[in-house]
Design a protein around this ligand. Structure first.
Ligand SMILES: CC1(C)S[C@@H]2[C@H](NC(=O)CCCC[C@H](NC(=O)C[NH3+])C(=O)[O-])C(=O)N2[C@H]1C(=O)[O-]
Length: 351
């Protein structure tokens, strides 16, 4: 079937809608068979007024989960662990239920509670309380285990950051090295992602970057500059920094089979529904969105204080889109930003 050209006017309209809904700025980059197109609106820094810059780095939040999933799946390929084995076989006595498997972590079906619900119940106070804190994986897992489990192992999809904290613990146990080394050696270096790094606990974003702005819960309250933080509350669940070009390289290379074997990639892209819409799915550390034109795109979304991200590619890896709005705690801006996917992958709507 003919590949529709991206509707870049539609992409810009989605970026402008994200601004109209509270983002100081937004940007998107489409990479396809006929080249790359990048667009930016608004500012990356409200203080200096510096314009949003399509080369600038930013926090990608849970798009980091796909990086972590790739590393763990490479370890599965190397025979270091089995997807359907209990986590406790590799991290003895860690979890209170031997039935929780490695696959349950990657598919958010473990039942481990998400400690960030309580941590960020009050958005700005919760953020200020942790923005300079450094947590151990163990401390984060204990926060999760202090709450009731949300489901019997494997029984239902229930998104939880705790799952990818345990994924980080597995990576460090099996490789004997910090997760940063695994991302560098297994993903960043092989793909030449020069603007991508796992940064923890340093709070700075090095080089030209986007500043992030958090909406407080109180209507009309001024934006909070949330750019500098340790992201220690997330780590292997959310502490990667990247830019739109590297994200498109990453999702495109992943779907082209440059990081995982065809069989493993098939397992990773085998999905189950995450809601009742019939258009949103989750595989192994990977989302699938089914767009209105029938195109299915694979990748992940990210929400970290001050940064909304989308990073998706077609299953053949030939077309990728990444998008960023430098705000958060404002669902309407996130939904607006998501409009870049339809515009980029489905092209101009028929008149
Ligand atoms: C499933 C999600 C949306 S949440 C999960 C992870 N981000 C977090 O867990 C942070 C949640 C608090 C963020 C904060 N919100 C509040 O504090 C609300 N009180 C804000 O908007 O900045 C990520 O990233 N994932 C997104 C994903 O996977 O798309």
């Amino acid at each position: 079937t003919r590949t529709p050209a991206p509707d870049m006017a539609g992409v810009v309209a989605a970026l402008e809608s994200a601004m109209a809904n509270g983002a100081p700025g937004a940007m998107a980059r489409y990479s396809g068979p006929d080249g790359t197109r990048a667009r930016a609106v608004g500012v990356r820094d409200r203080e200096s007024g510096a314009a949003m810059d399509t080369r600038a780095r930013f926090r990608i939040g849970s798009v980091s989960k796909t990086f972590s999933s790739v590393v763990l799946l490479q370890l599965v390929e190397e025979g270091r662990l089995k997807l359907d084995a209990p986590v406790n076989r590799y991290l003895e006595g860690l979890l209170p239920d031997d039935r929780i498997t490695v696959r349950h972590l990657l598919t958010h079906r473990s039942g481990l509670a998400d400690y960030t619900d309580a941590m960020f119940d009050q958005t700005v106070p919760g953020f200020e309380a942790v923005r300079n804190r450094v947590f151990s994986y163990r401390e984060l897992l204990d926060l999760s285990l202090a709450e009731p489990r949300t489901t019997e192992p494997g029984a239902a999809y229930k998104y939880s950051n705790a799952n990818f904290v345990v994924v980080g613990m597995l990576i460090e146990k099996l490789t004997g090295r910090p997760v940063a080394d695994a991302y560098q050696r297994r993903v960043i270096k092989p793909l030449g992602l020069r603007d991508t790094a796992y940064v923890h606990p340093d709070t700075r974003i090095k080089g030209t970057h986007v500043r992030g702005y958090l909406h407080p819960d109180e209507a009309g309250a001024p934006l909070v500059d949330s750019t500098e933080q340790t992201v220690s509350w997330a780590q292997s669940a959310g502490a990667v920094i990247s830019n739109t070009a590297d994200l498109n390289t990453f999702t495109g290379a992943l779907m082209r089979g440059r990081l995982l074997s065809p069989a493993t990639l098939e397992a990773m892209t085998t999905v189950t529904p995450t809601d009742a819409t019939g258009t949103r799915f989750y595989g192994l550390g990977l989302r699938r969105y089914d767009l209105s034109c029938g195109t299915q795109v694979y990748g992940h979304t990210g929400t970290v204080q001050g940064f909304y991200t989308y990073a998706f590619s077609t299953r053949d890896g030939r077309r990728s889109l990444s998008a960023l709005a430098n705000t958060s705690n404002r669902g309407s801006a996130n939904t607006a930003l998501g409009g870049t996917l339809e515009a980029a992958f489905c092209g101009k709507k028929p008149a």
